[in-house]
Design a protein around this ligand. Sequence first.
Ligand SMILES: C[S@@+](CC[C@H](N)C(=O)[O-])C[C@H]1O[C@@H](n2cnc3c(N)ncnc32)[C@H](O)[C@@H]1O
Length: 252
Amino acid sequence: MYRFPIGKFRPLTEVFFENEVPISERFGDVYFSKQGGTEESAYVFFEGNRIQKKWKETNSTDNSSFTIGELGFGTGLNYFISLENWKKETCPPNVSFYSLEKFPLESSTLKIMKNHFPEIPTWEIDLLDSYEKVLKNDKDTSGSNIWTWSVSHPSHKTRFDLHVYFSDVLATLGDWKETIDAWYLDGFSPAKNPEMWTAEVFQKIRNLSREGTSFATFTAAGFVRRNLESVGFQVKKQTGFGRKREMLVGGI
Ligand SMILES: C[S@@+](CC[C@H](N)C(=O)[O-])C[C@H]1O[C@@H](n2cnc3c(N)ncnc32)[C@H](O)[C@@H]1O
């Protein structure tokens, strides 16, 4: 088990590792499944939102675009998995990946993540430097701080742009202006972090959605389903990942 002290930046999160999976001391929950982080991310969020199919359907031109909104950036694994899938597309749209994070992880933890997932590029040095720079500049602990990063497609003119808001979920969703095409609802478990799953959060998500917007989440908690339905999402249960019997997917 490794332990990391809270860093000198604002609320950087203390984690410990169990079976190579980071666990938040604050929330007492895992960042991703012990049964396989990359597989969980691909199954629950990328496939749960049928993103590959949607990318193929977007009449791909250099101007076409697709927007993903994530609740809980954490280790960035969902971003890396989506990015890797996008790189394999022959006619990919431009992608904007919006995420938010109130308790950013230390770069020492993210460096360990890189070693856990050698099969895909994750926290390369330039990316880590850029992440650290934004957090170090954040002197005002109440203000929101935005980190951006852009990747060009290897064989096409399109780009994959990341925007991470280092701020609370409600404040951030209030700041976002772009309509989201697919939501990754990845706060910690609803029982351990109910703040990420309130009707108020889902109302803001609804306001940023359009007809055809989808969502996927690892949880099948009853109050999450009810809160999603109360703002107008159609919700379906499907087989969950690993030891989770069920998860939720759906859309407007
Ligand atoms: C399960 S983890 C996300 C895992 C992440 N998607 C990944 O790929 O590693 C949940 C994240 O939500 C963040 N979080 C918890 N409460 C929050 C809040 N009120 N506002 C913003 N972020 C929050 C946590 O710090 C944590 O990084």
